[in-house]
Design a protein. Structure first.
Ligand SMILES: NC(=O)c1ccc[n+]([C@@H]2O[C@H](COP(=O)([O-])OP(=O)(O)OC[C@H]3O[C@@H](n4cnc5c(N)ncnc54)[C@H](O)[C@@H]3O)[C@@H](O)[C@H]2O)c1
Length: 351
């Protein structure tokens, strides 16, 4: 999409002109609501649908701040990478002194937005010094993922719908060309059609079963297949699972069956690949309010139960999951493989 101009409207309730402080500008382009605010001392913010995607601190004045943010808005709308304004801005990536994963390069699949478990992993891997490639599901998802990829300083940001023939291969080909190696993969995706997920397992239709297993389980096996030749010096493969694989959890239904298959696949892949130094793990977080979780009825009750029953009396965050996952990618964890690691405040040990 090429755009020449955004038609900005000012907030006429605010004073405009010399002596006024902050000025606000609004525009609607398609389904996106854009906002810019700029202050006379050269600071400004650009938000898209209520979320900040750019911040400028040291422009000469309000006018220059607006011009820079307007250019960033155009790049965003044209689907181009958001270029750094060269100024420091608050980062969402925590500052960690020990860059324990420096030199490692990995692929993270499954970032939909800032609540995604994959985003928690990406932040942790990056904070520990790893380089990460990320994917987004489709054009609709791109605008949410791209600002996060920018935070991660990812040089590889590609579309990946695992149902689209060739897209997964294209991602691994690009990694092979650009990096020539791969140290880790985080597979953090799952899908089940509503009628399959929200019904009894005993009633599940064949097509719903197949798509659930395909997206939620087989794609991990396929990613392991594509990663193997790039992990000549070893590596770590991760997937996300849930306790509903082991026990019958109300409303988890067919996804529990898929996660059981996934955990089993982890063990077989670990047995097959660990002689080459490629470790394979499932990470099993406690419930987290993400977009995928919103498809599970009565999810709030699951959160309340998790908090009350877990010995730690706490829900987990995506950051808790991220750092635990990053630890397993470190060389210090080289003899740990085939695990299902619970990051759930101890919930799974309690009757
Ligand atoms: N949220 C929880 O409580 C919880 C708990 C344990 C495990 N998990 C697992 O964590 C993983 C990540 O889920 P989340 O909770 O972060 O939710 P999320 O909605 O943020 O992430 C799910 C991701 O799956 C991706 N996806 C779905 N279909 C796809 C396809 N065809 N091609 C490519 N990507 C596709 C989505 O784009 C999204 O990025 C899932 O495997 C989920 O089962 C979640």
């Amino acid at each position: 999409m090429t755009l020449v101009k955004v038609d900005w409207k000012t907030n006429d309730k605010l004073a405009v002109g010399k002596g006024s402080t902050v000025q606000e500008f609004f525009a609607t382009v398609g389904s996106d609501k854009l906002e810019i605010d700029v202050a006379p001392w050269g600071e400004g913010h650009l938000k898209v649908n209520g979320r900040e995607i750019a911040h400028i601190e040291n422009a000469k004045d309000r006018r220059q701040a607006f011009r820079e943010l307007d250019k960033t808005a155009l790049r965003f709308l044209a689907g181009q990478p958001l270029k750094s304004d060269g100024k420091r801005r608050p980062s969402k990536i925590p500052a960690v002194k020990a860059k324990l994963l420096e030199g490692k390069k990995g692929l993270i699949v499954g970032i939909a937005n800032e609540n995604s478990i994959a985003w928690g992993c990406a932040k942790a891997f990056r904070a520990f010094g790893a380089e990460v490639a990320v994917t987004y599901l489709n054009d609709k998802a791109k605008k949410y993922v791209e600002p996060l990829a920018y935070e991660l300083e990812s040089s590889i940001v590609m579309p990946l719908d695992v149902n689209a023939p060739g897209q997964m291969e294209a991602v691994f080909e690009r990694i092979s060309k650009e990096w020539g190696k791969l140290d880790f993969v985080v597979h953090s995706i799952a899908f089940s059609p509503k009628d399959a997920l929200q019904g009894r397992v005993v009633d599940v239709p064949r097509d719903g079963f197949l798509i659930t297993m395909d997206v939620s389980c087989w794609t991990f096996i396929r990613m392991a297949h594509l990663a193997e030749p790039l992990m000549r010096k070893g590596g770590t493969l991760f997937t996300m699972t849930y306790y509903g694989s082991q026990m019958v959890v109300k409303n988890y239904n067919i996804m529990g069956v898929a996660k059981a298959a996934l955990e089993s696949a982890v063990r077989y892949l670990a047995a097959e690949l660990s002689p080459k130094g490629i470790r394979v793990h499932a990470i099993s977080p406690g419930p987290l309010a993400t977009r995928a979780a919103s498809g599970i009825p009565e999810f709030d009750a699951l959160l309340d139960k998790a908090k009350a029953k877990a010995p730690a009396r706490s829900l987990v965050s995506i950051d808790d999951v991220g750092v635990a996952t990053a630890f397993l990618a470190h060389d210090a964890a080289r003899l740990i493989t085939g695990e299902t690691l619970y990051v759930d405040g101890g919930y799974h040990i309690i009757d």
